[in-house]
Design a protein around this ligand. Sequence first.
Ligand code: IPM
Ligand code: MG
Length: 351
Amino acid sequence: MELNIALLAGDGIGPEVIAQAVKVCDAVADKYNHKIHWRPALTGAAAIDAVGDPYPEETHAICASSDAVLFGAIGHPRFDNDPSAKVRPEQGLLKMRQKLGLFANVRPTFTFPSLIDRSPLKRERIEGTDLVFLRELTGGIYFGKRGREDDGETAFDTCTYTRKEVQRLAKKGFEMAMKRSKKLCCVDKANVLESSRLWRETVQAMEKEYPEVQVSYEFVDAVAMRLVQWPNSYDVLITENLFGDILTDEASVISGSMGLMPSASLGESIGLYEPIHGSYPQAAGKDIANPLATVLSAAMMFDDFGLFQEAEAIRDVVNRSLSEGVVTEDLADKGKSYKTSEVGNWLAKHL
Ligand code: IPM
Ligand code: MG
């Protein structure tokens, strides 16, 4: 297979972790006779510096004409403490999600047997955890009307959803539930919010199309609690944009390191694959960041191309690196730690 993949390294540790994913993908491509054409493009603070736009038109053209996008991270501390900044790197990510129509963000949380004791939660609470969030990504309060009134003394952000937006996300949720344990949890705040009532009503109406799926409805505050009490009681969860943003960060640490969890953002056609973690500016350029979340995101990409063996080969070699202790310093405890680039080389070699 010939694959054109847009490569958006972005900010902070983005370029370093992306470089390892490229090595791993190229090794897989060699092994299974594929050819990957990498198409690098600018995004984030790097793009603001170069052309004044965190998601330039040229980058969009490259993404839109590729088979997938592999993405590193976005964000720079120079913008974080400056509420008056007119352009911020994060806007690039939001614009990209919107322009590429990436409405469904798939964020799994699972545990690695060899790392189970690194989790902040007790072993018996997390053993067997294997859940996946489907977070709505192009609607809600992130994209609603916002502004200031009253001479700037009052600010507002609005959360708006249409039935269609809920339906297309929920459809992906039901389909994913059918492929897994047929359990779906709709996370909302229907006891307070009108937009949540629309979510609940829409999902309830879809239940009859999927009679085998057992659907539960839970309030977001209760889910936040149960997620740390009994994460292994969940399977597929669907939720709106902001709830999903918060809950997926909470869920991502269950595995023991934020540097491990991959994600995919899907729409009608193109998919974007990126680690859940951010740009980790303190580590940028030091060759110490954990590349595994990015490498595992590439595995999700191969899955979505229908290249399951290739995806499995990546997951296998990642598991091997973990059990053989070929890990970056975040996972090394007192043992030997490897550089980001060394982990990448090891993975590519052992594929
Ligand atoms: C995420 C991030 C983004 C979000 C930021 C960087 C805009 O936190 O992907 O979860 O809030 O969606
Ligand atoms: Mg987030």
